[in-house]
Design a binder for this molecule. Structure first.
Ligand code: SF4
Length: 214
């Protein structure tokens, strides 16, 4: 339906990942994801069929303001750039919200009026990444990458420009399955000398799951 967005959920919670851990915000979770090559697609808990309703940007703003009238709205997914999100971002800003976006970076959002942009690439190799600048680059480390992990991460490091860089373990059934691997990588004690680029990468987890929040 033209002018509406497929909404999976709109909820008020604490950010559990990345740079704003512990910050209250309203999450606008748009349904669906076209990133078929995503390396964690089989473990992803998002899916187009999770759409609960279609809402206009005005209806989304109304829901967001009812939950948290002057705070942060974080648009996430699914892959939110599958949809024409610029009008939604502008509507949220007009309503006084600070807008964060979380995307896998498969499309450019350059020039969008965002307060905070987190890019979490989900296709192996730097080639498919389109949005190469932002505030946070967050890489979910797949346990099967093993010693190859730094090769992939170094490739991203070389061709992107972000203020903050996080490595995050893969979460399956609410549990980070390779937390120790990622801790070792961040602490540079994984036996692969110098790959952390002098502490450029920090640990991120899905802390909200430990707090009993969604
Ligand atoms: S890109 Fe994100 S939303 Fe899409 S399948 Fe992968 S993890 Fe899920």
């Amino acid at each position: 339906m033209i002018g509406t967005y497929p909404v999976a959920d709109i909820f008020f919670s604490l950010q559990g990942e990345g740079h704003f851990v512990g910050s209250p915000m309203v999450f606008v979770r748009l349904a669906g994801c076209s990133v078929r090559e995503c390396f964690i697609r089989k473990d992803c808990d998002e899916a187009p069929w999770k759409m609960r309703e279609r809402l206009t940007k005005e209806e989304i703003v109304e829901r967001v303001r009812a939950l948290h009238s002057t705070g942060i709205a974080c648009i996430t997914g699914g892959e939110p750039t599958d949809h024409d999100i610029l009008p939604l971002i502008c509507a949220l800003r007009d309503a006084g919200m600070r807008v964060h976006l979380e995307t896998s970076g498969v499309r450019s959002v350059a020039g969008y009026p965002l307060e905070w942009l987190t890019v979490s690439p989900k296709i192996i190799g730097a080639g498919p990444l389109v949005q190469r600048q932002g505030h946070v680059l967050k890489v979910v480390v797949h346990p099967e990458w093993g010693a190859q992990a730094w090769d992939y991460i170094k490739g991203l490091d070389a061709c992107t420009d972000f203020f903050h860089r996080y490595l995050q373990p893969l979460t399956v059934d609410d549990e980070p399955v390779n937390l120790q691997q990622v801790i070792d990588m961040v602490l540079n004690r994984d036996g692969i000398a110098g790959h952390n680029g002098g502490g450029r990468w920090a640990l991120s987890t899905q802390a909200h799951r430990n707090w009993g929040l969604k």
